[in-house]
Design a binder for this molecule. Structure first.
Ligand code: PMP
Length: 385
């Protein structure tokens, strides 16, 4: 059955991408797979606006495996700074606390981000090996001003890591120009591929750290074990450390062909921006509040919507019968008070119309006080501009 998945990943997937993975006879040593892997590695550099000095990695798992693999760059006793605006920023704390490193945290209230100046002050005060940022905090839809944030810390720490799980493929990302050491994402978000892959690029400085035999990393997510596979695949030769998600990589390869060679990164980012703005126009038009507190913090991929009278959970179950699936609010401080609209991947202007119209009907039915019809009008007017 047809359903519009305005979720935070997986999202609706193009038939062409899905069909690329519908193969019954592709082994991990086959030429077809090696070529898809090789192509994906090369296109991954472009995706992150990195160059040949950056090493791309495709590893099994997703955003979390990519995050945890960053432990490959740390040694016992080193100190890390986590800059967090919500649940996924906090995930770095949960990861690092499993390892013998010191963790310090700067956090913002839901709807806000930690100001770059605040981070700058902290890294000047203390010696940190590594600092983490979350480009778009999926739990609230808040976008960190990442260029300025990286700039504020760049000269004071060894390694700058950015979680781009909800940004890569939908927001401006410039790994090289901003001198980010590790930029990471996952397959199921703005790339519009099924889940299964963590995707990273590492700077020369980050790669230098992999030469050291010692790190706090475990076995499966130690990037030292994955590096020979990446090198071999990029040179067109099969290699094995642990079985890769073959079919997801076939689909990623097709998606990257569309994203970079056909749609173009710039057009893709513009499309995301337009659809996101049209959706927010609709939300404000019907008289609802957005979780992100200032327009600079609005993201191209996720919008949190605050409800006053109705339970956010009821909105989600009710709207499914309208053919639309949205994402629950997951920030513990706003439990039951908001839901999220994911607008990423292959999302279209018409998807914005359908989403806003369905939200209006459902909220009206459930008894939330909204200006019925004004949301869809605002969306339409925005798109017609
Ligand atoms: N970081 C961010 C910003 C995310 O949105 C997510 C997933 N929602 C993750 C990390 C974790 O990714 P995964 O669920 O693929 O492990």
């Amino acid at each position: 059955e047809k359903k519009l998945l305005m979720h935070v990943g997986p999202v609706n997937i193009l038939d062409r991408v899905l069909y690329a993975g519908l193969k019954n006879n592709v082994g991990f040593t086959s030429q077809e797979f090696v070529e898809a892997f090789q192509f994906s590695l090369k296109k991954t550099r472009e995706l992150f606006q990195a160059d040949n000095t950056y090493q791309p990695f495709l590893i099994p798992g997703g955003g979390t495996s990519a995050m945890e693999s960053v432990t490959s760059l740390l040694k016992e006793g080193e100190k890390v700074l986590v800059v967090t605006n919500g649940v996924f920023g906090d995930r770095w704390i949960n990861i690092f606390r499993k390892y013998p490193v010191k963790v310090n945290v700067l956090s913002a209230e839901p709807g806000y981000y930690v100001e770059p100046e605040t981070v700058e002050k902290e890294v000047k005060k203390d010696k940190y090996t590594l600092v983490t940022f979350t480009h778009v905090e999926t739990s609230t839809g808040v976008r960190q001003p990442i260029k300025d944030s990286v700039k504020a810390v760049r000269d004071y720490v060894d390694l700058v890591v950015v979680d781009g799980v909800s940004s890569v493929g939908a927001e401006e990302v410039k790994a090289k120009d901003w001198r980010v050491d590790v930029y990471l994402t996952a397959s199921q978000k703005a790339l519009g591929v099924p889940p299964g892959l963590g995707i990273l690029v590492l700077s020369e400085r980050a790669m230098e750290r992999l030469k050291d035999e010692k790190s706090i990393a475990g076995y499966y997510l130690d990037l030292r074990n994955w590096l020979p596979v990446m090198n071999s695949m990029e040179n067109g030769k099969a290699s094995y450390f642990s079985t890769p998600p073959v079919h997801t990589i076939l689909m990623l390869s097709e998606a990257l062909k569309i994203i970079i060679d056909e749609e173009g990164l710039e057009s893709r980012i513009k499309r995301h921006e337009k659809v996101a703005s049209a959706i927010r126009a609709g939300i404000e038009g019907m008289g609802l509040e957005i979780v992100a507190k200032k327009p600079e913090a609005y993201s191209n991929t996720v919008t949190g919507v605050v409800v006053k009278k109705v339970n956010a959970g009821n909105v989600l179950s009710e709207i499914v019968s309208e053919g639309v699936e949205l994402a629950p609010g997951v920030h513990p401080k706003l439990q039951g008070k908001y839901f999220r609209i994911g607008h990423m991947g292959w999302v279209t202007e018409n998807d914005a119309i359908v989403t806003i119209a369905s939200i209006e009907r459902v909220l009206n039915k459930l008894g939330e006080e909204i200006r019925l019809g004004e949301g869809i009008k605002a969306t339409q007017l925005y798109l017609a501009k």
